[in-house]
Design a protein around this ligand. Sequence first.
Ligand code: CTP
Length: 166
Amino acid sequence: MKTNTKTIITYGTFDLFHYGHVRLFKRLKALGDKLIVAVSTDEFNALKGKAAFFSYLQRAEIVAACKYVDMVVPETHWQQKAKDICKYDVSTFGIGDDWKGEFDELSILCDVVYLDRTGEISSTEIKNSLADKGAPTSPAVKDPNNNSHDNPHDNPHDNFDNKVSK
Ligand code: CTP
């Protein structure tokens, strides 16, 4: 159903949430009324050859807590973007310019914008920097509420301010 709400969507892993992520969300939210963030699941990260420090549920919970974010959905495969754009009546797809040109084909469905990355910060940078100092590269304490499911609705702490959706 068409509405007057201008919806923005973005995709990413968002591990070790940092100010580069916050600034991206702030700029994306300023482009419209509602910001949807699709957070890569652990299985999708494995497919991308990426290992996150925090699990999908932990990353989704953190992203949902950001004031610029209205809704969190799981990103499970490369092809879901076009479907999401139609499903959520998205006006603008936005992502950092490390992806410049990669999603131009979506411009038949909505506006596509590549925003400047914030300089000198990345999850990888944080991990490398901590590893240099001998910090553990996986969580020292297991989250007792975490489980192996990627479905937030299977988790007793699934509500995350009602922002997390399937
Ligand atoms: N991003 C950004 N500025 C940064 C880091 C990331 O704008 N300094 C954006 C990316 O361009 C992307 C989104 O945040 O649109 C999610 O990126 P992600 O890969 O999860 O964050 P990185 O910090 O780049 O993580 P990694 O080092 O694992 O690639």
